[in-house]
Design a binder for this molecule. Structure first.
Ligand SMILES: Cc1cc2nc3c(=O)[nH]c(=O)nc-3n(C[C@H](O)[C@H](O)[C@H](O)COP(=O)(O)OP(=O)(O)OC[C@H]3O[C@@H](n4cnc5c(N)ncnc54)[C@H](O)[C@@H]3O)c2cc1C
Length: 439
């Protein structure tokens, strides 16, 4: 934890974090790192879990997690310096179009989502974490001094500041007055794992990297998750398939579908893709079925304001972090990375703000974060179009290794803590400059 003076900022405010996914857990880590101690997290699920899939955490977010001291714990369960950031292959021949080199250190880490959640949860005192708490309503107390959080189980809690980390379907966001609906992206994603032991030596070698098999309006992405030392290495598979929403029969966005549904859409693709399908079938059979995860991919348009402050109580307000504020399509692997960045930005600002004007602190957070997250949301949409192309066999001015690397470089080369401290100089306590010197 960084040592700062305790008389400044909003360090004494009672903070409630709603949602204990990757965004909420990242915010609590950020809060502890910054020195916000009066904090409670409320998660609706009976335990902290993540969907059974892998996640790509890139340099810009790893810089933050490493600053928390999580580097070793994360690397215990993640990949170690894969040979490239990304390799692109022709869907039919498997021929390499090109590859993007890594962006320097800390390099991208691929890890099971549940392992990443555990790494962050393990450093949070249990007294802060509350499960089985589904937020049902937010009201003001009779004195109008604080919020009353009402949970579905009939219990309540109080808070001065509410941080909505409750994902793309956020209930907290609705309290900011936004009634917008998420938009269907046009693609379904199929997610599962393949064991390296189920692959031929050739396919094993090919899938030790992050690979995109680029097909017509669809693509298959593979991530080399985990590492052999901790016996966590597996191939994470994500098939992005263009399908009409009308065919979606599940009431929830996330469901399971037979492997066949993916297999029939990649029929005739490269031999490694066929090995991937066979591997998915073997894994499903180990669970006694033929199913993999299927999810309708949604995204929201950016909103103009991520927060509100109570007129009658200017030290009390609600603000968003993660998918609730800036959901994105996953084509640049940045949703969780942005949540990690936003978490540390907000926690640092709340701790170090030199006035008691919460509105200005929230506004500064949004000024720091929104231009970047809006741009990532836009470029992620474009990246999806490039990966699921109309003419997948062709390279172009925008689809070639140099152009693709350039697309990602600005995202990777960003250091959110440096940005916050540099732009925060006029607003932070002077002792914060000592903090900056520690970075
Ligand atoms: C196919 C796919 C691949 C992706 N790959 C990557 C990748 O490689 N890299 C990357 O950085 N990002 C990736 N992402 C994006 C990433 O998964 C999300 O951005 C990230 O999980 C968002 O985290 P969050 O905590 O904001 O939201 P969520 O993960 O949605 O978590 C919200 C939490 O809030 C809880 N909650 C909801 N409502 C309530 C309530 N009323 N009361 C209490 N709790 C509540 C939920 O139970 C949940 O635990 C991918 C996404 C998809 C769909």
């Amino acid at each position: 934890m960084i040592e700062t003076s305790s008389n400044m900022g909003f360090g004494s405010k009672k903070i409630a974090v709603i949602g204990g996914g990757l965004g909420g857990m990242a915010f609590v880590n950020a809060a502890l790192y910054a020195g916000l101690e009066n904090i409670q997290l409320y998660e609706q699920a009976p335990e902290f879990t993540e969907v059974g899939a892998g996640v790509n955490i890139t340099k810009n977010a790893n810089v933050v997690l490493d600053a928390y001291g999580l580097k070793e714990a994360m690397r215990e369960k993640s990949s170690h310096e894969p040979p490239f950031y990304m390799q692109y292959r022709n869907y039919k021949t498997g021929e390499v179009f090109g590859q993007i080199d890594e962006f320097g250190f800390p390099a991208t880490r691929q890890i099971h989502r549940a392992h990443l959640l555990d790494v962050m949860r393990n450093r949070v005192p249990g007294s802060i974490l509350n499960t089985g708490k589904r937020l049902a309503a937010i009201e003001r107390s009779k004195s109008n001094k604080e919020y009353i959080l009402k949970f579905q189980d009939g219990t309540t809690a109080t808070a001065d500041i509410i941080i909505g980390c409750d994902g793309i379907k956020s209930a907290v966001r609705a309290h900011l007055g936004f009634a917008d609906q998420p938009n269907y992206s046009g693609q379904m994603v199929y997610r599962g794992y393949v064991e390296y032991s189920d692959l031929s030596p050739e396919a094993d070698l090919e899938l030790r990297k992050t690979v995109i098999y680029r097909g017509k309006q669809r693509h298959v992405l593979t991530l080399p998750i985990g590492n052999d030392l901790s016996k966590t290495s597996r191939v994470g598979v994500i098939g992005f398939m263009t399908e009409p929403l009308e065919d979606w029969v599940s009431e929830s966005w996330m469901a399971k579908a037979p492997v066949d549904k993916l297999a029939e859409q990649v029929e005739g693709w490269a031999p490694t893709v066929q090995e991937i399908i066979a591997g998915l079938r073997k894994n499903a059979a180990r669970d006694g079925n033929d199913l993999i995860l299927k999810q309708a991919l949604y995204v929201r348009d950016p909103i103009p304001k991520w927060y509100k402050v109570e007129d009658s109580q200017p030290g009390s307000g609600i603000i968003l972090v993660g998918d609730s504020a800036h959901s994105t399509l996953p084509h640049q692997g940045q949703g969780a990375c942005m949540a990690i960045e936003s978490g540390v930005a907000l926690a640092t600002i709340l701790k170090n703000w030199k006035s008691d004007d919460l509105e200005s602190a929230f506004s500064f957070y949004q000024t720091i974060r929104k231009p970047r997250t809006d741009k990532i949301t836009k470029t992620s949409y474009e990246a999806g179009k490039l990966a699921s192309a109309d003419t997948p066999e062709l390279t172009s001015e925008t689809f070639n290794p140099d152009a693709l690397r350039e697309r990602m470089k600005w995202i990777m080369d960003y250091d959110v803590l440096k940005d916050v401290y540099e732009q925060g100089v006029p607003y932070f306590e002077t002792s914060t400059t000592q903090v900056q010197a520690q970075l």
